[in-house]
Design a protein around this ligand. Sequence first.
Ligand code: PRP
Length: 213
Amino acid sequence: MNSQQFENVTLIEHPVINRDLTILRDVSTGTAQFRAALKRIAVILAYHALKELPLKTFEVETPIEKTTGYDIEQDVMVVPILRAGLGLSDALLQFIPDAKVGHLGMERDETTHEPVDYYSNIPDGVEEDMVLVVDPMLATGGSAHDALSFLEKQGAQHLRFVSLICAPEGLRKLEQEHPDVHTITAAIDKKLNEDAFIVPGLGDAGDRYFGTT
Ligand code: PRP
């Protein structure tokens, strides 16, 4: 499936992503390899997710002469959806070391497949900042929808959603509920199964990343 079927979705294609997604999907991949592959893809996603940051110019003096310098004009806030979102956060902080980090704790109820909110801590500045909500898996879209709605209620106006693998069902939900939010992802998979797991997916990203399977 490609991103053209969805408004406001950028599907990032790169040979390193293809190789590392395979490592992540492989059921025999252990925790260390899983973490390393996720972190590598996260860097590529972060690079693309930050492309629209506005710049301000100033004068800088090189050893030879004065020239135009650039700095990022807008503050950045990274909001991982706990737990699995933590695996994507560091890559963004490598590029924006002074980014604020908010946390939203959500756990999907395995029977209803609905997200259960258990924690929130969002720094000041959500109205003006570029706010990047990160979670490797978009399945039904319930968790991302809750997270984005929570931040919109707090006044967030410049929201992005960064994800590793999305199901079409989740993307359709975000398209309907949050048409202004741009999603950056490395894969759009086939569908959800009866347990609302992404097919083919990679299983539970949080469990595999934190070794809790
Ligand atoms: C997973 C995943 C997303 C959510 C996706 O988290 O990381 O947060 O489920 O499902 P949805 O789109 O249907 O809401 P999980 O509940 O397994 O928590 P964890 O990150 O702590 O493992």
